[in-house]
Design a protein around this ligand. Structure first.
Ligand code: NAD
Length: 307
C-alpha cells in the first residue's frame, strides 16, 4: 500500500481498532505518529498494529475527541455504530454516535486545523433510480443508520464550505476482507463463507438477482490515503469497484473458493431490499487517482485464506 507521501504526520484514526480503521492505521504506522480513538465496542485492541497509541474513548465524549485530535494533521473518522439493525432499534443512540460523534470530530479538527477524511456510505442513496450511482444521485436514506451517514456526510462538506476546514467524504460501497467481525451483524459475505465452510445451505434472500459493489478493504485504504493528500477537498467520492455483482454470483463464487458443495437455496425476499447498487467511479478516478486493484475472486480467496 502506498503511504509514501504521508510521512512524519500526526494521524488520528477514530474506530481504528475496527475492520477498516485498523488497516488504515497499519498503512500509516511505520512513518507517522498514529493515535487510535476507539471505545472497543465492536473493535479489538488486538487488531492494532505495533507502534500505534490506543486512546480508549467514545466519540460522543467531546473532551476525549478534542484530546485525541490535538495537534493532529489528519483524522480518518471511521468510528460509528455500524449496525443498521441496531440503528432501527435505538435510533437516538445511533444518531448520537454517528452524527454527534462526527460533529465532535469536526469541531476538534477545526481547533487543530486537521484534515478530516470521513467514512460515509452508499446507504445514503436508498433505492437508486439508476445504476451506476454517481455522487450527485438523489439521497433517500431509509434507515436511521443511513440518515445518520447522510447528515454526517453533509456536515463534513458544510465544514469545508463554512469554515474552510479540509474535509473529504468517502462513500464506501460493500467493503469486505479479512478481519471483518463475524456474528449477527456481519455482512452477507461472512454469512455465506460460514455457511459454505460448514457445508450448510447458502441462503439467499429472494432470487439473488439483486446486485452490489463489493470492494476489498485494501482498496478502501488506498482511497483513504489519496483523500488525505488530495487538493479536491469539500467533495464526496465513491469507493467501490464499479463492478456490479449479483448476490447469486457472489454465492457461487464463495462456494467455488471455499471448495464447498453447499446447496444454494432461496428464502423470502427481504422487504425493501435494494435491487441494484454499483458505484460510478469517474469522480474518484479523476480527483483522487483512485483505481480498484482487487477483483472479487482474488479478494475472496484472500479472505478465506486468512479467516
Ligand atoms: P467496525 O465495526 O469494524 O469498526 C468501527 C469501529 O468503531 C470499531 O472499532 C468500534 O469499536 C468503534 N466504535 C464504535 N462506536 C464507537 C464510539 N461511540 N466511540 C469510539 N469508537 C467507536 O466497522 P467497519 O466496517 O470497519 O466500518 C468503519 C466505517 O466505515 C464506519 O463508519 C462504517 O459506517 C463505514 N462503512 C463501512 C462499510 C462496510 O461495508 N464495512 C460500508 C460503508 C461505510
Amino acid at each position: 500500500m502506498n503511504a509514501a507521501n504521508i510521512t512524519a504526520k500526526t494521524v488520528v484514526v477514530t474506530g481504528g481498532a475496527g475492520f477498516i480503521g485498523s488497516r488504515i492505521a497499519a498503512a500509516l504506522a511505520d512513518d507517522n505518529e498514529v493515535r487510535v480513538l476507539d471505545d472497543l465496542s465492536s473493535g479489538a485492541a488486538t487488531n492494532l498494529p505495533d507502534g500505534v497509541e490506543l486512546l480508549e474513548g467514545d466519540v460522543r465524549d467531546e473532551t476525549a475527541v478534542r484530546d485525541a485530535v490535538r495537534d493532529a494533521d489528519v483524522v480518518f473518522h471511521e468510528a460509528a455504530e455500524v449496525s443498521v439493525q441496531r440503528s432501527v432499534e435505538q435510533p437516538r443512540r445511533s444518531n448520537d454516535v454517528n452524527v454527534g460523534g462526527t460533529l465532535n470530530v469536526l469541531e476538534a479538527a477545526r481547533e487543530a486545523d486537521a484534515r478530516v477524511v470521513f467514512a460515509s456510505s452508499c446507504a445514503i442513496y436508498g433505492v437508486p433510480d439508476a445504476v451506476p450511482l454517481t455522487e450527485d444521485a438523489p439521497a433517500r436514506p431509509r434507515s436511521p443508520y443511513a440518515i445518520d451517514k447522510y447528515a454526517a456526510d453533509s456536515y463534513v462538506r458544510a465544514y469545508n464550505d463554512l469554515y474552510g476546514l479540509e474535509t473529504v467524504a468517502l462513500r464506501y460501497f460493500n467493503v469486505y476482507g479479512p478481519g471483518q467481525a463475524g456474528g449477527q451483524y456481519s455482512g452477507v459475505i461472512n454469512v455465506f463463507v460460514d455457511q459454505a465452510r460448514r457445508g450448510d445451505p447458502i441462503t439467499i434472500d429472494g432470487d439473488g438477482t439483486q446486485t452490489r459493489d463489493f470492494v476489498y478493504v485494501d482498496d478502501v485504504v488506498r482511497a483513504n490515503l489519496a483523500a488525505a493528500t488530495t487538493d479536491a477537498v469539500g467533495e464526496a467520492f465513491h469507493v467501490g469497484t464499479g463492478a456490479e455483482t449479483s448476490v447469486l454470483e457472489l454465492a457461487e463464487t464463495i462456494r467455488d473458493v471455499t471448495g464447498s458443495d453447499s446447496d444454494i437455496v432461496h428464502q423470502d425476499p427481504r422487504p425493501g431490499d435494494v435491487p441494484a447498487s454499483v458505484a460510478d467511479l469517474t469522480r474518484a478516478r479523476e480527483s483522487l487517482g483512485y483505481e480498484p486493484t482487487v477483483g472479487l475472486e482474488a479478494g475472496l480467496r484472500n479472505l478465506v485464506a486468512k479467516r
